[in-house]
Design a protein around this ligand. Sequence first.
Ligand code: SF4
Ligand code: SF4
Length: 387
Amino acid sequence: MSEISVIRCSTYQPVEIDKAVREAVNFIGGMGRFVKKGMRVLLKPNLLSDKPPDKAINTHPGIIKAVANMVIEQGGIPCVGDNPGIYSLTRVIQNSGLAEFIRGENIFLVNFSQYILKQTPQNYTFNEFKIAKEVLEADLVINLPKIKTHGHMLLTLAVKNLFGCLARQERIQWHLRAGINRNFFATMLVELYSLIQPGLTIVDGIIGMEGNGPGSGTPREIGVIIAGIDCLAIDTVITHILNLDSQRLYTIKAAEGRNLGKTSLNEINILGENINHLIINNFQLPLELKEDFEWGYYIPKRFRTTLKHNLIPKPAIDPTKCNLCFICLNNCPARAITTDKRRVIIDYITCIRCFCCQEFCPQGAITIKESWLCKNNPLKLIDAIKI
Ligand code: SF4
Ligand code: SF4
């Protein structure tokens, strides 16, 4: 059994956040169970962008501050670390409101810049990962994800948040290697999780993000703080609250049979709120992942490149929103984006459908669009043929 606490909280008022985070952690033994005097504690929030808290892109600064203060109370030394996708950590911290929240507090900040090569066990799919030194050398890692949709992985929750512990260059390489294969990418995330295994995870689920996440979606009140050790169990509980089948989450499927955590509600002891009373309806997933399918499996290899263009969802740029910042162009791992100075253009044959461009676009100008074949739901056709 994994123990996960779920606390209702619908506001970012500092007093209420502090109360809810404490309550959530107290249910699983209190901060004193995790932090001892003198421990270096690395807090790993989701800091994707330099946008303010009301955009619901980053873990809310109030949560980071509340957790850091609880660490300090136990005699620990908190340090907030990340390596944001597009901008420098300094810019993200200044513009996102975090600097204001932690000014004058005894909280250190670290931009991941040094990485240690960590080997995986022999039976793993991937041999090694370059993980941030600060993460591996911390006495305790506290994972602070935010509940958001994700164009490639459906949702970014507790397991996915640890992807930010990899070197930026390596993250690009992983996208290139995994391409459209979401199960392959999810396997990588799960194996990375097994190497980091944060000692504690506290989820910012007060205002999450639905729709075109993780960088340009719509804020959506979910009203929860969730705490626990087992990230897979936490992600399972969140899918239940979002009224989704947990098996739709690629990381949960990829974790099956690995003994890394619980992925069935029957094996999770939920403390605090009854999650059946917290279920939200009509949570909007990223466009066109509503009816996902593994196209490559059914198609002979020689036709895949040609058919890719017409079969699988693809990123589409809205020129009325694009301000030609070229962030997408500079961050496309496949170098599939070019410009003629008046617009940015995607080469769909080269594009590997990693949706990094959609994740990073600060204007929300990139969405995921389905192709005409998807609209006609080829799965139905394929199922009919199989029968
Ligand atoms: S699509 Fe977005 S990221 Fe790309 S150039 Fe336009 S605004 Fe920038
Ligand atoms: S165009 Fe976008 S989805 Fe395609 S490879 Fe580049 S970043 Fe990935």
